[in-house]
Structures are given as C-alpha cells and as structure tokens.
Design a protein around this ligand. Structure first.
Ligand SMILES: NC(=O)c1ccc[n+]([C@@H]2O[C@H](COP(=O)([O-])OP(=O)(O)OC[C@H]3O[C@@H](n4cnc5c(N)ncnc54)[C@H](OP(=O)(O)O)[C@@H]3O)[C@@H](O)[C@H]2O)c1
Length: 277
C-alpha cells in the first residue's frame, strides 16, 4: 500500500491519513481552491487548515466539488491562538463548520497555548485556566459528534498536562514544528509514549531547508528529491508530515515517499543541526 494511503490511529480509534496537505499562507479563493483540488487529485485525503488561515471556505468548496465521499477526506482545523474562553471557542467552532460547509470536522486543535504575540520563551502570562475553558468547549463539541477528534498544537508537556489535570481528557494529537534538524525530541517522546499523535508542521522548514547540501547529498544517494527525503524522514519517526505547496507538480511529487531511508542514514539526518539557516 502507498504510504499516503496508510493511516495512523488516534487513541479513540479514529484513523487519520499518514500524509496531510498544509494550507498555511494559501489565500482563500482560487489559489487555495486549486491547490486543494490538486492535492485531492494527487491522492491526498487529509487537509490541514485553520480558522486563522482565512481559507476554510475554499478548502470546504474544493472538498465538496471533488466529488470524493466526505467520509474519505480528513479535515483538520484549529481554534485560533487568541481565542481563550469557552463561549468564544464555541462560536468560532460553529463559524469553522459554516465556512467549511460540512457537517463535521475530523480533527479540531487549539492552535497554540498562548496568543501568538506571547509565544516567546519566558513570556510571563500563563493561560492554563483559559486553555482548559477552550478545551471544555471542544470536549463538548466532540461529544455532540460535530468533531471526530480533538487535540492541540504548539503545546509543551506542561500545557498538555494542565489540560489533563483540569478536565481528565487527553488530547489525541499535538501538531508541532518538526523537520530534519528540528525534532523536539523530549516533547515528541512524551507525546508518543502517551499515545498522542505527533503531527509535524513545516516539514520543509517553510522552504528554508530546500538548499541544504547535506540533505541534498542523501537525496542524491536515494535518487529522490530533497523534499521527498524530508517528508519520508517524518514518516519513519512516526510523525505525520503536513507539507504545503501551491504548485501542482510539487504537490504530486511530495506524495512519492514509498522508499526506506536506512537506519544509518536516519542517524545521520538526526545529527544535522541548523538545517533552516
Ligand atoms: N500549527 C501551526 O502552528 C502551524 C504552523 C506552521 C505550519 N503549519 C501547517 O504545516 C503546513 C506546512 O508548513 P509550512 O507551510 O510552514 O511549509 P513547508 O511545507 O515546510 O514548506 C512549504 C514551502 O516549500 C515549498 N515546497 C513544497 N514542496 C516543494 C517541492 N517539492 N519542491 C520545491 N519546493 C517545495 C513551497 O513552495 P510553493 O508553496 O511555492 O509551491 C513552500 O515555499 C502548513 O501549511 C500548515 O498546514 C501549522
């Protein structure tokens, strides 16, 4: 079976396609519609969007127009990092459902534990109680069946433990920045040991990894492209890659990941640092 047709299983039994298509920085309208349409034509069955990306409407339209059964497509969206109350979370979830124009969301994430303007090391304010309020709204929506799974993004270990402590409900996934040279090992190990799926965003370091000579050398060895090595690397780490592109040829090429990087080459890739510099 092709890797992209395989699935990971969340701890509640929901299956999630192993390769997702990222849509950050793809404007709502024709560019997003065409990119998602290309992705679906190339075989992706998992689309990652967010309320903050402003493109849920085009994502939903491309999904509907594809003619593919809704049940075959996995849609993730996110509650914005700035939304930190129960009521506002409920409202934005309903807005996402309206914009996507679908009956349910497959996976809903809290986009970040703090508003973006406060997402820097040592930022003083703690949002533990606010995150628990948002989480309660998400648990309720999950129990109503409007979302099939719930999780978090950019959460550290203490942020996750806070949610569990305050609600008794463990996130099913944590979507974090993850690429060769930036693997957040402690957090990744914690999540995987606790059956929280790790999704890797920016697997190509938002394009900044594309000229890395060490990874290019490995790509040449396998007669693959550098992006294919980067995406495959995540799969072999049991991390779900979410590559983004607006070019049909890149979108298709990024699905050609049915090969095996050897254990020694994985170790070498593990040793690389500053790959995005
Ligand atoms: N949860 C979060 O906070 C968060 C944060 C960041 C990202 N994400 C998610 O993760 C997704 C991916 O991350 P990302 O958007 O940072 O980008 P990325 O996938 O790491 O890199 C995208 C860049 O690589 C280029 N590219 C893609 N495939 C290529 C190929 N085969 N050959 C050459 N260039 C290629 C793209 O070019 P073109 O687009 O010009 O084709 C674009 O410039 C996002 O779209 C989003 O869904 C989540």
């Amino acid at each position: 079976m092709k890797t992209m047709n395989e699935t990971f299983t969340l701890y509640n039994g929901v299956k999630i396609p192993k390769l997702g298509f990222g849509t950050w920085q793809i404007s709502n309208g024709p560019v997003c519609y065409d990119s998602v349409t290309s992705a679906l034509k190339s075989g992706y069955r998992h689309i990652d969007t967010a309320s903050a990306y402003g493109n849920e409407e085009s994502v939903g339209k491309a999904v509907r127009d594809s003619g593919i059964d809704r049940k075959e497509i996995f849609i993730t969206t996110k509650v914005p990092a700035e939304i930190k109350s129960y009521q506002k979370a409920k409202e934005i979830i309903n807005r996402s459902l309206e914009l996507l124009n679908c009956e349910y969301i497959d996976l809903l994430l809290i986009h970040a534990p703090k508003p973006w303007s406060e997402m820097y090391p040592g930022s003083p304010k703690n949002y533990d109680s606010e995150n628990a309020e948002v989480w309660k709204a998400m648990i309720e929506t999950y129990r109503e069946g409007k979302v099939k799974a719930i999780g978090v993004s950019n959460f550290g270990i203490s942020d996750i433990e806070n949610l569990i402590k305050q609600t008794g409900f463990k996130p099913m996934a944590n979507q974090i920045r993850f690429f060769i040279g930036y693997t957040q090992n402690e957090l990744t190990n914690y999540c995987q040991a606790n059956r929280i799926l790790v999704e890797g965003y920016s697997p190509l370091a938002t394009g900044r990894i594309l000229n890395n000579p060490e990874i290019q050398r490995i790509a040449n060895k396998y007669q693959k492209t550098l992006p294919q090595i980067c995406i495959r690397y995540l799969i072999q780490k049991n991390v779900l890659p979410l590559p983004k592109s607006t070019h049909a040829e890149f979108i298709a090429a990024n699905t050609e990941i049915d090969f095996e990087i050897s254990a020694s080459d994985m170790e070498y890739l593990d040793s690389l640092k500053d790959t995005d510099k």
